[in-house]
Design a protein around this ligand. Structure first.
Ligand code: SF4
Length: 480
């Protein structure tokens, strides 16, 4: 299966129901505009200006939920009315349909004839992903760096953006945070010292194709290499979208057999490509096979769907997932602008299904390397019932120098969160050690020394306090 085809339609031991139809990406409906591009740009400008944070240059920018509401207030009455339409696609008459104002305006401009049912259908979104130069240049004012790479046929990592996520991009500003994360630039061609295609050494810990067994008691299972939207900083850009990891039964059965023979494995992470790009039926089968292995205690799913394709989180999917508790989910949010009403509804559905949600956020230069931006993100995540879990230092994949920040920036952000906001909101800052060393936690020094039996501790305000640590003093010298 190649990147251009959608997933779940391969040989499966169960009936797939309606097939996930493959359609050429060129079928994006660009019909006569009903809303001027100037209206969309004005809405985006209102969004960004409203926060009073950085709005230009290379720094991160944001649209706040508050500001999105402001956009809605300025939008035509029809747009406001649409924000509470019944969600026909989800076949749940009790659920209210949510659509943020930027998306409404984008739809009026580029997909005026698309029904709510189609727009809310994740398969429709997948089939209409924006992938070619011609499509991008109709929706964005491309910079020279963006145009050149798209005209050149792209880089190692394919390019694809769902229409929903495209609606959140700033059509004018190539430095907008979300746009930088999904639209390629020629900087991806620049290889810097220390970078590698497989910086984590995953390929060296793969006993079966599509399985990484680096830690004794847990494994990473890659069911496919497809993602609905490709992140330009992806650690697995050497793999995703290349069509080499397919969700076929033979390969997956080899993985299940390996796991059946590995009683030390108690925890399976199913992750990217995006597992939720699989059909419900295929995912149901995979989870059922894992549940049948007695020593596997629980499964985790890693996904970016709630951020890039929240339409994927249907009531039907959640009903299926409920069967496999304890089931945990790592969702991937980067920036407060991703925390739309649609994303919130997706996360609510998962949380209502009893699935604990933790966010894994990659620290990216010019995207979220700012204490205020990160604070807005973690606060909104908590409102979406998502616990900020990890803040990752960007892995040194080939062509990633323009995304990577100094480690001191990550420490500064953690320093700016810990003690300054709710404890639940502060993620753990980690580096996944190059070469397969695993995750290493980094934190600002809080232990500043020892005087006699007292250990000296620095609080979030920089003030030093004493803690009577008599036993520690008798034992030791590990604090200095
Ligand atoms: S969703 Fe995950 S696996 Fe897919 S491109 Fe983004 S980071 Fe990579």
């Amino acid at each position: 299966m190649t990147e251009s085809s959608f997933v779940g339609a391969d040989s499966s031991p169960v009936s797939l129901g309606s097939p996930e139809v493959e359609e050429p990406p060129g079928s994006v409906g660009l019909s006569t505009p009903q809303t001027s591009i100037d209206t969309i740009k004005a809405a985006a400008r209102v969004s960004r200006d409203g926060l009073g944070s950085r709005t230009s240059g290379s720094g991160p920018t944001t649209n706040s939920t508050t500001v999105l509401s402001a956009v809605a207030d300025r939008a035509p009455a029809t747009a406001k009315a649409q924000s509470t339409r019944i969600d026909a696609a989800h076949r749940d008459p009790g659920s209210v349909r949510h659509e943020n104002a930027l998306t409404t305006l984008f739809r009026e401009r580029f997909f005026p004839d698309t029904s709510d049912a189609d727009w809310d259908d994740w398969r429709w979104q997948s089939r209409h992903r924006i992938r070619t130069l011609e499509q991008f240049e109709k929706m964005l004012d491309l910079s020279v760096e963006e145009r050149d790479v798209l005209a050149d046929g792209g880089t190692l990592l394919p390019t694809a953006v769902t229409p929903y996520y495209m609606s959140l991009l700033d059509p004018e500003n190539p430095l907008q945070a979300l746009r930088k994360t999904v639209v390629p630039t020629t900087r991806e061609f620049q290889r810097s010292p220390g970078e590698a295609d497989d910086p984590l050494g995953e390929d060296g810990h793969s006993p079966v194709p599509g399985l990484v067994h680096r830690y004794p008691d847990r494994v990473l299972l890659l069911p496919l290499d497809f993602c609905s939207t490709y992140c330009r900083y992806c650690t697995r850009s050497r793999v995703v979208g290349h069509g080499e990891i397919q969700p076929n039964v033979q390969r997956l059965e080899a993985i299940f057999h390996y796991l059946e023979e590995s009683p030390q494995v108690r925890d399976v992470l199913i992750s990217g490509g995006d597992p939720l790009a699989l059909s419900d039926e295929k995912l149901d089968w995979i989870l059922g096979r894992l549940q049948a292995i007695p020593h596997i205690e629980f499964v985790r799913i890693g996904t970016k769907m709630p951020a890039v394709l929240p339409q994927r989180i249907t009531p039907e999917l959640c009903t299926m997932l409920r069967k496999y508790h304890p089931l945990w989910m790592s969702v991937h949010f980067l920036h407060p602008d991703e925390c739309t009403p649609e994303a919130k509804q997706a996360c609510s559905r998962l949380a209502d299904a009893g699935i604990p949600l933790g966010s894994q956020t990659v620290l990216l230069k010019g995207v979220n390397d700012d204490v205020d931006i990160m604070k807005q993100l973690v606060h909104r995540l908590l409102l979406m019932r998502v616990r900020p879990y990890y803040l990752y230092q960007c892995d040194p994949i080939s062509g990633s120098a323009h995304f990577r920040t100094p480690v001191s920036k990550g420490l500064e952000i953690i320093q700016g969160l810990r003690g300054h906001t709710t404890g639940y909101a502060a993620p753990t800052y980690v580096i996944d050690a190059p070469g397969g060393g695993g995750k290493i936690v980094l934190q600002p020094d809080s232990v500043v020394g020892r005087e006699g039996n007292d250990v000296l501790l620095r609080n979030f305000e920089g003030k030093v306090f004493r803690y009577p640590d008599h036993e520690g003093g008798a034992v030791g010298t590990h604090l200095s």
